[in-house]
Design a protein around this ligand. Structure first.
Ligand code: NDP
Length: 331
């Protein structure tokens, strides 16, 4: 069974030499253990922080060791009660083709309800992130206008569709004409291609005019996007600070927006959050999601790379915008 290991910790842009493919023999499962063949691996922006070598809200990856991350797969051999060959499970044993591990750390998933890979995307961590950000951090209400940044990505795709299902107007930003067209196709009322705009705030102001301005901003990007948000958001605006991907590959910290006084002048609320603190919303999330999927209001969208050896490419692709919807690796 093959796995991807981190060669060394690093700052700055991600390079292929920081990863190596290794072959290991998987042990037979012991009592309470299962052997699983992974079918889909998740690559996510937060993993970048684990490659730097300092502890943030998750421990760093260890050089010479396989990395971990979300994965879905099927049990092939079991010595654990309640787990039989063929069962689908979700785990954090990603970046590898298979593993032997205690069944207690795995979550069984129902691959007849939704395709198994959906549990890594809209029905999994990125979906719950979008849901918690909109419902709990922003408190999005019907008739309000939301700006969703990185709108064509995993969280963005979920967020646009959820916000529409909640009755809000959505302005989406994404890089390039294909991605903005995609955002429109999943329900965004207005779109802005941030790569084509020299004046992002001006473009957003124009896009938001028919809706009376922007009430809330879903922050996935940071940098010029945050600067534009502080410029255009309405007084008493709410910002869910979910991620700042434009900064993750910086060698040295970049200066912040020059218009932070808008936080005071506009009496803004900015709430940072990490999805792992919001697992208590799982029940209502799945209830809403099932209803929205059933009503045709929400669909799954992903970009799939094939083969374990392409996992580093898929990961690097997050920083160049190679994905539309959730970035996945199929094994
Ligand atoms: P995405 O699927 O959105 O992939 C990343 C996307 O970000 C790319 O496709 C690209 O889209 C965009 N991007 C990359 N670099 C830049 C840049 N320099 N400027 C503008 N856009 C850029 O990833 P996720 O949906 O998984 O994550 C989105 C955000 O949410 C990230 O910031 C992530 O860290 C955060 N997150 C936070 C969580 C939390 O608990 N707080 C949990 C999960 C995610 P484009 O082509 O449009 O530029």
């Amino acid at each position: 069974s093959r796995e991807i290991r981190l060669v060394r910790h690093f700052t700055g842009p991600v390079k292929p030499d920081y990863f190596e493919l290794a072959e290991v023999e998987l042990p037979e499962p012991g009592a309470g253990e299962v052997r699983v063949r992974n079918a889909f691996l998740s690559v996510d922006p937060y993993m970048r922080g684990r490659m730097i070598g300092v502890k943030t809200y998750v421990d760093p990856f260890q050089p010479g060791q396989p990395m971990d991350g979300g994965a879905v797969g099927q049990v092939v051999d079991s010595k654990a009660d309640g787990f039989a060959p063929g069962d689908w499970v979700m785990s954090m044993h990603g970046w590898r083709e298979g593993y032997t591990a205690p069944a207690a750390g795995l979550m069984k998933i129902d691959a007849s309800l939704l395709p198994a890979q959906a549990y890594l995307g809209i029905a999994g961590m990125p979906g719950l992130t979008a849901y918690a950000g909109l419902k709990r951090m922003i408190g999005l209400k019907e008739g309000e206008t939301l700006w969703m940044s990185a709108g064509a990505g995993a969280v963005g795709t979920a967020g646009i569709q959820f916000a529409k299902a909640m009755g809000a107007h959505v302005i989406a930003t994404a890089g390039g004409p294909d991605k903005t067209a995609f955002c429109r196709s999943i329900g965004a009322d207005a779109v802005v291609d941030y790569k084509a705009e020299s004046d992002l705030a001006g473009a957003l102001r124009a896009a938001a005019k028919p809706f009376g301005g922007i009430d809330a901003y879903y922050e996935n990007v940071g940098g010029d996007h945050l600067q534009a948000a502080l410029d255009v958001i309405k007084p008493f605006g709410r910002i869910a600070a979910c991620g700042m991907i434009a900064r993750y590959n910086d060698d040295t910290p970049a200066p912040g927006p020059s218009n932070l006084t808008q936080i005071v002048a506009k009496k803004l609320t900015i709430r940072g959050f990490i999805v792992t603190d919001h697992f208590d919303m799982q029940g209502e999330f799945i209830a809403d999601l099932s209803r929205w999927i059933g009503a045709g209001q929400v669909r799954l969208h992903d970009t799939v790379y094939e083969g374990i050896e392409r996992t580093p490419d898929a990961f690097m692709g997050l920083f160049t915008g190679a994905n539309t919807g959730k970035m996945l690796v199929k094994l």
